[in-house]
Ligand binder design. Sequence first.
Ligand SMILES: Nc1ncnc2c1ncn2[C@@H]1O[C@H](COP(=O)(O)OP(=O)(O)OP(=O)(O)O)[C@@H](O)[C@H]1O
Length: 262
Amino acid sequence: MASTVLQFQHVSVVRDGNAILDDMDWNVASDERWVILGPNGAGKTTLLQIAAAAMHPTKGSVEVLGEPLGKTDVFELRPMIGFASTAMARRIPKNETVIDSVLTAAYSVTGRWNEEYETIDDRRAQRVLKEWQLEGFADRRFGSLSDGEQKRVQIARSVMTDPELLLLDEPAASLDLGAREELVELLGGYASSASSPAIVMVTHHVEEIPQGFTHAMLLADGTIRSAGPIGEALTSETLTETFGLPIELTERDGRYAARAAR
Ligand SMILES: Nc1ncnc2c1ncn2[C@@H]1O[C@H](COP(=O)(O)OP(=O)(O)OP(=O)(O)O)[C@@H](O)[C@H]1O
């Protein structure tokens, strides 16, 4: 049976007197895959930071994997949360091998030093490399990979600890069309598997939503404009309202496209 992995109640984040997130209520269940869309500055990254137990709200309460933030040891919680973002990737040393870039997630570090890894960690790292089509890359240096390959390493790293919640911050940003489609297809397969964790993905483009995503949230100026099952929450009308210009959304086989409406 599905359990609740994220529960936000009246969550606000205030910085310099401005509410970056404003009185937000949101629940994510273990079998849901959410996409978060919204204009620049809407509060998407802030929302992910809270979901990752990396930031506390100014007001309201948050439970992550059933643990109330502020009353729980976040160092115990964080290994259960996979987080792939460009900021995370910047911390991986360029000369780190791909296998070590993934393996070091077992200790929540970047840059292999003197940690002792067990055979089970090695096996799991090999398995996630295979899952993300990186088998041939284990001994390559992270810095020598293409953008698309680096993105797959980031995701492989984020699932290394077998998390119960996977957070993806713009996983397909800056990829060319081929690399984007490859990644979106892999993510679609992952999202569609019943054994995968709950997923929350931030993106700027509906074209980057993989098949199998079940829910959408549209965010603007720190407030939820629309949230719920993807077929209801992501429509031409809700995009138009959120982005403040007429947008036409089309959907085919679980993939989306958007353009300005004429
Ligand atoms: N520490 C801070 N102090 C003041 N303002 C902040 C702080 N952190 C974020 N903000 C502001 O909060 C707003 C939301 O930021 P956030 O990064 O969450 O938005 P976003 O939706 O992820 O944007 P983008 O799509 O551009 O990445 C922005 O206007 C940002 O400038």
